[in-house]
Design a protein around this ligand. Structure first.
Ligand code: SF4
Length: 772
């Protein structure tokens, strides 16, 4: 096994709070290539939200490797296993090189004009016969900003549909909502630089050692340095971070809110809060106090099945911290009461007055590499530039930028979320669905249902992708897309750092950048603005970026101070970057003023347990006016709990070696060899009760489906089963149908979502396990 496959985080470079994180340049090149002959093009990694800067090595028109960029603030040259080896997907033999259309039930190759004409004819006919409510778009967190912005204008102003969402709904919708609920706007308050400066790290539902390996390297270097920060990890599994932790709260899945309420209870009861700061910079303290008063550690310990003493100790560490940095990810976002739990983490920092200060903040992390841009540009079910669809002045401002009438921009209701888009397709309301760079046939919950939706005759399905994914196999038209390295553009990581990625090689065959595909469709539709000029006026990525700057001007995600040239050669730059902050902005809210005024907020907020949306009047009644909102929630048990027939609880997640449905990482030999197939992780006590030992083939069944795989016996909360969700069927002999051995984790999961963020819940479903 290659060393960076087995040595995931590489050599330690310990440092203290007064030092800079030392550089360490990681590189992997095709060993058959002469290093001296390699040319380098600037880019960043697109295999997780860390956005590590790298250069792409090119030889004879092919990508042959990558090298971390030492100068960059995000990674100081480091790369993790996915970054080092994932690029090989670009060179895979089975890349889509020509468009495909369905003829006589089969997908056959064709030319671009035929494929696009078929797409546009169908789009026009559905628009004429039914109208824009019958058109849907389901996009991704893996395109570039320029692609997304073009898509947002095409779908929202051009076609006028409200049904545009990203697979970010599965990944970071809760991050976005938690930031809006508490701080008034999306946008990460903290910065990766705060890892260098914190004295306490608080990880809630984030397996960062596997999901964002380079940030974990940075933390490890602090944890192994001279002034080690304290580390508290909340996770049902004994992850690599849990093994390094001072306190590991291995709670039962689905109980985050109960635990966080107890931690908040302890902070308040022991006066470990900054009352002066709270009074000046927040609203909602009294209501929060009334609720958390009901969660003494004993009560929550019983719900979470942990020791109350551990909760008290964790609260003591949080309460003693002078620089608290909190991290949140899918263990919260895809779990029971997702938005409520994420907001309660915000509260922990707010009660301590630890937002916007060096070493202190919250990182409501993203999962996908460019999820931030999906959200900023309005491809996620929001309006571009974090504009509030309920605020007429903000909609009018967007209409001004796009040179259309405000009524041309759908804002009569909340933008349709992905779970609802598929529901509408299931019911026949959506008749034309364009899936872009994502694979719902593996990544969505309850796969037998997803397959029946994607395969129904009444739905015209278009898929743009680089490969014939499980989803593309259902399509009526398949468009071959260029990948990273084959097009130019920018993208923004989880701590608001914008990177430029230069085109390094030509796309294979006739594959095209997504932005070009969207422009071709806009041209064929003849979309115009209110003056009769083309609605989308740009042709190149740089022109698209300049147009986006105009849209982002004066907004929280202001890009006006960034240019392609400014991004060339140096480090990535954190937005907002404008005349006031020409070098970018390290952390938000350092003045303690938040975007919660009713005229500026991106969202009027929600009641966290029911999901009921507040009106503008209700928001005004809060009198937040620049103060952060301390939101509270009672604990509610997960909807599906283990019972006699299904005595265990499923949680799904990731491995360090793969990304999403392995469309790319499954085509990297080292990554695929490292974890080639699904497995079923059990706690030792459960394995013993089932008579299962390491490697035994087991069958897992839920009320919705089944899966088979070898067992792994690991440190984990008793009663929980963990299964990675990366494995579908594209590299199985039976193709897209699980006729052979079912192995996709989402065969088991259920169609249920968080009431606020509408993010599907993948981390609690009743199952039973049997040895085969
Ligand atoms: S941490 Fe993420 S962005 Fe960085 S190299 Fe690994 S996969 Fe790529």
């Amino acid at each position: 096994m290659n060393s960076r496959i087995s040595d995931i985080w590489g050599k330690r470079t310990p440092f203290s709070r007064v030092d800079e994180w030392p550089a360490r340049v990681d590189e992997y090149l095709d060993p058959t290539v002469d290093v001296a002959a390699v040319e380098w093009r600037q880019s960043a990694c697109v295999l997780c939200s860390n956005g590590c800067a790298l250069d792409i090595g090119v030889h004879e028109g092919r990508i042959v490797g990558v090298r971390g960029r030492e100068i960059d603030r995000v990674n100081r040259g480091r790369l993790g296993p996915k970054g080092l080896y994932g690029w090989q997907a670009n060179n895979a033999e089975d890349r889509l090189k020509r468009p495909l259309v369905r003829e006589g039930g089969e997908l056959v190759e064709t030319d671009w004009d035929t494929a696009l004409t078929r797409l546009v004819d169908k789009l026009r006919s559905v628009l004429e016969k039914v109208g824009h409510p019958a058109i849907g778009f389901y996009t991704t967190g893996q395109l570039f900003l320029e692609d997304y912005y073009t898509l947002a204008v095409l779908a929202r102003a051009g076609i006028g549909t409200n049904h545009l969402d990203g697979n970010t709904r599965l990944c970071t919708a809760t991050s976005s909502f938690a930031l809006k609920e508490t701080f008034g706007s999306d946008g990460q308050p903290g910065s990766f630089r705060d890892i260098d400066l914190c004295d306490t790290l608080f990880h809630v539902g984030i397996n960062i050692a596997e999901t964002q390996t380079v940030s974990w390297m940075r933390m490890l270097d602090r944890l192994h340095g001279p002034d080690r920060p304290r580390l508290i990890v909340v996770d049902p599994r004994e992850t690599a971070a849990a093994k390094e932790a001072d306190i590991h709260l291995a709670i039962k899945n689905g109980t985050n809110v109960a635990l966080l309420n107890a931690l908040l209870h302890e902070l308040i009861a022991n006066d470990r809060v900054d009352r002066e700061w709270i009074d000046a910079h927040t609203v909602g303290f009294d209501a929060l106090s009334l609720i958390v008063e009901k969660y003494p550690p004993e009560r929550s310990a019983e719900i979470c099945a942990v020791d109350p003493g551990e909760i008290r100790e964790a609260a003591r560490v949080l309460g003693a911290s002078e620089a608290l940095l909190s991290f949140v990810l899918q263990g919260v976002y895809q779990s029971n009461q997702a938005t409520a739990a994420a907001c309660l983490v915000n509260n922990v920092n707010l009660l301590r007055g630890m937002i916007g200060k060096p070493g202190a903040g919250v990182l409501q992390m993203n999962g996908q590499p460019t999820a931030q841009n999906t959200r900023e540009t309005g491809c996620n079910g929001d309006l571009p530039g974090f504009r509030n669809w309920q605020n007429d002045a903000q909609v009018a401002d967007l209409a001004r930028v796009w040179k259309v009438e405000p009524l041309d921009i759908p804002h009569w209701g909340p933008p349709t979320h992905a779970m609802q888009i598929f529901r509408l397709a299931e019911q026949g309301s959506i008749q034309f669905l364009w899936v872009i760079g994502t694979n719902p046939a593996v990544s969505m919950p309850e796969l037998h249902r997803m397959r029946s939706i994607l395969g129904q005759d009444s739905l015209f399905l278009v898929v743009s992708d680089a490969f014939l994914t499980e989803t593309a196999q259902f399509a009526d038209v398949v468009l071959p897309a260029a990948l990273w390295g084959e097009k130019t553009g920018t993208f923004t990581n989880a701590d608001r750092t914008v990177h430029l990625s230069e085109q390094a090689v030509e796309p294979p065959g006739e594959a095209k950048p997504d932005m070009e595909i969207f422009l071709s469709v806009a041209d064929k539709l003849g979309l115009k603005d209110r003056d009769g000029a083309p609605l989308i006026r740009w042709r190149t990525p740089e022109e698209a970026f300049e147009a986006w700057k105009e849209c982002s001007k004066g907004r929280p995600c202001d890009y006006t101070g960034i240019t392609y040239d400014k991004l060339r050669g140096g480090s990535g730059i954190q937005w907002p970057c404008n005349e006031d902050a020409p070098g970018g902005t390290e952390r938000l809210y350092n003045d303690g003023v938040f975007l919660t005024g009713s005229d500026v907020t991106e969202d009027y907020g929600h009641e966290l347990t029911s999901g009921a949306a507040f009106t503008e009047a209700e928001h005004r009644a809060l009198h937040a006016a620049g103060r952060a909102i301390l939101k509270a929630a009672e604990y509610i048990p997960p909807r599906e709990l283990p019972d006699e027939d299904y005595p265990l609880s499923l949680t799904t997640g990731r491995t360090v070696y793969h990304f999403h449905t392995r469309t790319k990482t499954g085509r990297s030999p080292q990554l695929q060899e490292a974890e080639p197939d699904v497995w079923v992780e059990l706690a030792a006590k459960d394995a013993e009760a089932l008579g299962v030992t390491e490697g035994d083939l087991v069958r897992v069944e839920s009320p919705r489906g089944a899966l088979e795989g070898p067992a792994r016996v690991r440190g984990m909360h008793v009663g929980i089963v963990f299964i990675p969700f990366h494995y579908g069927y594209w590299d199985e002999p039976n193709g897209s149908e699980p006729n052979g051995r079912p192995r996709a984790a989402n065969e088991l999961t259920m169609t249920i979502w968080d009431p606020v963020s509408k993010q599907p819940i993948f981390k609690s479903a009743k199952v039973r396990v049997m040895r085969l």
